[in-house]
Design a protein around this ligand. Structure first.
Ligand SMILES: C[S@@+](CC[C@H](N)C(=O)[O-])C[C@H]1O[C@@H](n2cnc3c(N)ncnc32)[C@H](O)[C@@H]1O
Length: 291
């Protein structure tokens, strides 16, 4: 492993999100309300065709888009994530979703062809040139690959004006980061390895695979959401860098210290976050190209 733990030298392994699935739906911030409508317009969806959601986790995006397609397929190597997705589909009474346990690098498998492939906060974990090329081969003529990104609420900043002050403090992310480092060391852990950086340049990757230049747009959000201490704990355990498996037998100890820290940060036990806008990039198959 490289001393600096760069993403180029990091190697994927199946413990990447081990133990995180149970915390994911509770802990992660929701995507913008307007996401499905924005994608329907941008991709001219008409209810036909199939969606492949690559790195679907517990199926948040798969299920959000299920009524825009004939059928949707969520793909993820983490079977606990897929169990959550299946439960969520039943809860939401979605009947056109199926779930496939595999790594994106082993596509195409025998999954057939798709109108759209989505990657919601998942592409950066993959061997991107391999996966972009495989997905291109699975898209029908006129098909598209879509990246969905929700930056951290801190990256966007919370506007602090008298009329817009959130009612509760922000989650104490700096202190949570310090607590993480006191347990897991200074590097950002990911599975069995270290990953202190993340790739960019997705447009180069998709264009090299034969897609047209990406078209990028924003789906605005900005809602202020109330978060309980339980939500913040779940958010912490849903992240690969603080996934439960990393703490081994010290997971309970870490959680108890985290809860103390949250109590100190908010006497009411409540926190506020302003939801980030979602950044969407669409790569269409070059005209005339089929998958
Ligand atoms: C941050 S989660 C995003 C989950 C979901 N798409 C969402 O937006 O809520 C990243 C997901 O990518 C999956 N993943 C990571 N590496 C992958 C790979 N090589 N192939 C397929 N999925 C992968 C993980 O198992 C995890 O469920």
């Amino acid at each position: 492993m490289a001393a600096n733990g760069s993403w180029e030298e990091w190697r994927w392994d199946e413990t990447l999100f081990a133990g995180a699935a149970a915390h994911y739906l509770k802990g992660r911030l929701p995507y913008a309300d307007g996401l499905a409508d924005a994608l329907t317009e941008a991709l001219a969806l008409d209810g036909r065709g199939r969606l492949l959601d690559v790195g679907c986790g517990p199926g948040v995006v798969t299920l959000r888009l299920a009524d825009r397609f004939q059928a949707v397929v969520g793909l993820d190597p983490d079977v606990d994530m897929l169990d959550e997705a299946e439960r969520e589909a039943a809860r939401l009474k979605v009947t056109n979703a199926t779930w496939v346990s595999m790594r994106a690098e082993t596509l195409p498998g025998s999954l057939g062809t798709f109108r759209v492939a989505t990657f919601a906060q998942s592409f950066h974990w993959m061997d991107r040139p391999t996966v972009a090329a495989a997905v291109k081969g699975m898209l029908e003529a006129g098909g598209s690959a879509v990246l969905i990104h929700a930056p951290s609420y801190r990256e966007q900043g919370v506007v602090q004006t008298p009329t817009q002050d959130p009612p509760h403090p922000l989650p104490p992310d700096t202190a949570i980061g310090e607590l993480r480092r006191s347990y897991l060391g200074p590097d950002t852990r990911a599975g069995q390895g270290i990953r202190n950086s993340s790739p960019d340049g997705e447009d180069v990757v998709f264009r090299a695979a034969g897609f047209a230049p990406g078209r990028r747009f924003i789906v605005t959000d900005g809602r202020v959401l109330e978060r309980t201490a339980d939500d913040v704990v779940a958010h912490t355990f849903s992240s690969s860098s603080t996934a439960p498996h990393l703490f081994g037998s010290r997971a309970d100890e870490f959680e108890s210290e985290l809860r103390n820290l949250l109590t100190q940060a908010s006497r009411s036990g409540l926190f506020s976050v302003r939801l980030p806008d979602n950044v969407i990039t669409i790569w269409d198959l070059d005209s005339g190209a089929t998958g």
